[in-house]
Design a protein around this ligand. Structure first.
Ligand SMILES: CC(=O)SCCNC(=O)CCNC(=O)[C@H](O)C(C)(C)COP(=O)(O)OP(=O)(O)OC[C@H]1O[C@@H](n2cnc3c(N)ncnc32)[C@H](O)[C@@H]1OP(=O)(O)O
Ligand SMILES: CC(C)C(=O)C(=O)O
Length: 568
């Protein structure tokens, strides 16, 4: 890179429009959408689409709801020509859809373009020539007047050839290609000259399409340019003002949005931003940006995965995992505080209320995505994400302090492996840590004396396996838990106890979570028991906690533990 890039690159010039109005506008309705996937998108592919792929994509665009579709550059190739013929001859164009085709301002190409459209019920024919000083000078060798003459004679030929096919409803479109780098007065002059030839009316409008062929400035500059044209074009009431933004500076979407605020009625672009170089503006993002403002875009992305699959198949290009609204990772949170907020948001979100789940601007369900991938757990995650997955997939609702304990255990595993953990992995870890732990004490059976219920004193006998030996312990207490703790005689204190049902119907289980402390136990720790019988679930939880405590003790404490148990 250069030390001083100013020796090589010019900064863009501001537009003299101090009374600009666009910053105060808001977008209240969708624009007229034009998909150019089959033209600008197609011309940018490593391998342009064959007729079958084009057909698949055309059908997709129709099913999504596009009413204007640029289907080809018919004079570019036999494939493009044949595709247009196929659509017309096989009557594949729905009555409410208008196809559009593009041509340069060259007589032979224009004639071939009109030939491709023979028999069409309706068509938009799109004429372009580049108008910026560099193109006039370098590519065409024409001055301003020469450039206007090129466009005007092509526009005249349009009128003549259209008259030869009176059964078709024609609409004409003109693009001053490289508009963003063209002097505004000249852009107006050439557009007005073309409109003078076409003589559009408010009932039969022409389309003036302003392309950011190459995005050369910030989107506010583009908005100023569009507003200037909107205010200064002759015959504005007879014109559909269209924009066609590219993404060279990464602002294609912003430019198209500001352009609508500046007066544009129509937007041309491609799904997921395919197109020349960095792509055309992404119409999916534009549409769903509107949707998340409560405005239906008139395009249906209820099954966005299917749309993405077809686009990837037709273009042979992958969609980035972070692409807005569609990427594999855009409804996924790895980091702990995001997961926590999403979990809390989901918990209070009512199905028919305004969407307020933090970090998710769109309900994934609205575009056919599931919540499945919303939260994924890796080393950046915290208890929020872990408990979200366990709750969602295993109906496992844990008390807060147990969530914290479990997340530390999970964190240690992830630090060691560096890998993401699925909800199944988390469940296995939870099972190993809390449910399958049976050393040194394993529960076999228990008996609670029924005669004492009325007095509030419970007698409990439990049969346990201590290593290889079967032992019986007996205790009384003010409930089964108290009686069992007393029976063990380990000086265990119950800090917290919670029990709830898990799953429902005949397969329902009780899950008991217990937090214990004691002289032999450093701090406090948890145990969990799951069983159809609620008392058994509690006893299992106590044993789970006691076993976990024992396993964390040093040899001396373990020996003391045994002597207390034996003494009892
Ligand atoms: C910004 C855009 O996306 S515009 C659309 C661009 N899309 C495409 O180009 C895809 C399809 N294009 C093609 O298949 C070919 O370019 C064709 C068939 C249209 C033309 O092919 P060729 O006749 O071989 O010309 P070529 O591709 O070299 O184009 C350059 C010529 O066209 C002229 N030209 C370029 N654009 C235009 C225009 N809009 N109007 C008139 N002439 C033009 C150039 O001045 C140059 O003329 P020259 O040869 O006299 O110097
Ligand atoms: C033909 C025009 C609209 C174009 O594709 C562009 O300028 O990018």
């Amino acid at each position: 890179m250069l030390k001083n890039p100013a020796t090589k690159y010019r900064s863009f010039a501001p537009i003299n429009l101090s009374d600009r109005t666009w910053p105060n506008q808001i977008i209240t309705h969708p624009p007229i959408w034009l998909s150019t996937d089959l033209r600008d998108g197609n011309q940018a592919l490593i391998e342009p689409m064959n007729v079958q792929r084009k057909l698949n994509l055309f059908n997709l665009l129709v099913s999504v709801g596009f009413k204007e579709i640029e289907v080809a550059f018919p004079s570019a190739s036999q494939t493009d020509f044949d595709f247009v013929r196929h659509l017309i001859e096989q009557q594949l164009i729905p009555d409410d859809v208008t196809i559009q085709v593009l041509t340069q301002a060259r007589e032979d190409l224009i004639r071939r373009t009109f030939a491709a459209l023979r028999g069409a019920k309706r068509a938009i024919v799109h004429l372009y020539n580049a108008t910026s000083p560099v193109f006039r000078r370098t590519v065409f060798g024409l001055d301003r007047q020469g450039t206007i003459n090129l466009a005007v004679s092509a526009a005249k030929l349009f009128t003549e050839l259209a008259a030869e096919q009176p059964d078709t409803q024609w609409q004409f479109q003109y693009s001053p290609e490289t508009f963003t780098a063209t002097e505004l007065d000249f852009a107006k002059e050439i557009c007005d000259a073309v409109l003078d030839v076409w003589q559009p009316t408010p009932q039969h409008k022409a389309i003036i399409n302003l392309p950011a062929t190459v995005e050369v400035a910030t989107p506010n500059i583009f908005a100023d340019q569009v507003e200037w044209m909107h205010r200064n074009l002759a015959r504005r009431d007879s014109v559909v003002l269209s924009v066609h933004t590219h993404n060279d500076r990464g602002c294609g979407v912003a430019a198209a949005e500001l352009a609508q605020m500046a007066g544009a009625d129509r937007v041309e672009g491609c799904l997921f931003g395919n197109g020349e170089r960095t792509g055309n503006v992404d119409l999916v993002t534009l549409a769903l940006n509107l949707y998340t403002q409560g405005i239906h875009p008139g395009l249906d992305f209820s099954n966005i995965n299917e749309v993405a699959r077809i686009i990837e198949d037709c273009t042979q290009l992958p969609i980035h995992p972070r692409h807005p609204y569609v990427g594999d990772l855009v409804f996924t949170a790895f980091s702990g505080s995001h997961q926590d907020a999403i979990k809390k948001g989901f918990a209070v979100q009512k199905p028919d209320a305004i969407w307020e789940v933090p970090y998710l601007p769109l309900d994934p369900a609205d575009v056919g995505r599931t919540y499945e991938s919303v939260v994924r757990v890796n080393s950046q995650s915290g208890k929020g994400g872990i408990t979200f997955l366990l709750e969602r997939d295993y109906d496992l609702v844990l008390p807060r302090r147990l969530q914290i304990e479990l997340s530390q255990i999970v964190q240690r595993v992830m630090d060691a492996t560096g890998k993401e953990l699925s909800s199944q992995n988390l469940w296995q870890l939870f099972e190993q840590e809390y449910l399958q732990i049976s050393t040194p004490l394993k529960f076999i059976t228990h008996q609670l004396s029924e005669t004492e219920y009325a007095s509030g004193v419970y007698n409990l006998t439990a049969k346990l396996q201590l290593h290889e030996k079967i032992i019986a312990v007996y205790g009384t207490g003010n409930g089964p838990i108290d009686a069992f703790v007393n029976a063990l005689g380990l000086g265990v204190r119950i800090h917290h106890y919670e029990e709830r049902s898990r799953n429902s119907g005949s397969s329902a289980d009780a899950i008991a979570c217990i937090e214990i402390a004691g002289d032999l136990i450093p701090g406090s720790l948890h145990g969990v028991g799951i069983h159809p019988n609620i008392v058994t679930a509690s006893l299992l939880a106590i044993l789970s906690a006691v076993n976990r405590a024992w396993q964390s003790m040093d040899a001396e404490a373990q020996a003391k533990f045994f002597s207390q148990l034996q003494a009892n």
